[in-house]
Design a protein. Sequence first.
Length: 433
Amino acid sequence: MPHKLTSAALVHRLQPYGADAHLALAVSGGGDSMGLLALAAEAQKLAHAPRFSVLTVDHKLRPEAADEAAQVADVCRALGLPHAVLTADEDLPTKGIQQQARRLRYRLMAGWCAQHDAQALVLAHHQDDQAETVLMRMARGSGVKGLGGMAPRQKIETEAGALLLLRPFLNEAGDRLKAIAAEAGLPICDDPSNQDTQFERVRWRRLMPKLAAEGLDAARLAEMATHMRQTQAALDKKLTGWLESHADWHDYGVLCLPSARFDALPQTHKQRLLGRFVQYFGQHRHPLKRRKSDRVLDEMTHRPHGGAVLGGTQVRWRGDRVFMGREAAACPSPVGVSAARGVWDKRFSFAASDAAGVHVAALGAEGVQEMRRRGAVFDDQIPAVYYAALPGLYAGADLMECPLVTQPPENSTDFGISGVYSKDVFRDIMDVA
């Protein structure tokens, strides 16, 4: 007989977040998320439970959505939980609407979490959702990482910054969460898109009973996903050790790898390493598609030197080195320096004593040429393509200096820039728990 899903079990699964933590709950009003809400409301009575806030996103795709969000707000008010409705601030395209709605949803919630000091967002994704995800990825020919499905703990990048997702119910059947909501007497909204077969997930959902009849049920698929994640974690741990032994960061924020040792890695290791670093540099939610990494790896095998641009990342190889770094065109828009310390593009930290009217932006090709005219000497051990992605200090449209390649003039603002990368970040990049 399955164990009872309780509020205490929820709090246990959310560890290490305890009474001093603030977590957001994603609650749409559907049965799954209302089950999460019921458990969280009970958990608030426990002394060691985190503090919860509830978020509902109105994508403005259906006229009923505003009423559904208001209904969740009423329930939260009755339960004594703070609630916020996050309303879409952009029109979503009709093509790929579910993916775009997900992007919007996570962006809005990431922004709210950052503004209100919430450490993570708790989702009601469950075993059935996991099974559907695995089937979808299997149909697309995903490798070990993709077949691991959704992770219980996942850090994603959004336009509003990083967001940590917590999924405490991946081994629970969806019906159990719906039953908990029903037992608590909570109203449930039904989104008609959950029955719309134009969406791939819905089509797989309808096939699940037939697959289950042949022994491939949601529990079996979720179990396979767990094994795949364990396999991937072991691979990532091995690759992290390899990076710590053989890789170096250049001051320009470029990863430098020894070609001979990189070439000697098994193909699956090279695929994973390249994919994760493209994801990291390009700040993408998902790793690089395997077919794209294979194309570049094939070029590296047959050409002694060359390069490729992959999702905001410049990959270059020449002589005895392989390089990975930021693509200048993918760098963020100019960022005003409004504090004494900060981080630009997640690659460089800056410190300023007086930076009024100053902003940081990528040098770009013109900035590199201007610095050369001033006599700046770039490190030619690093391919020149990476120079344009270095941070420059600007006053309006005027380039003042690039602290990484020149000493500032005497009348310059007191401003320093240095790379934030070290061997310590390899573990985060490779997703080793």
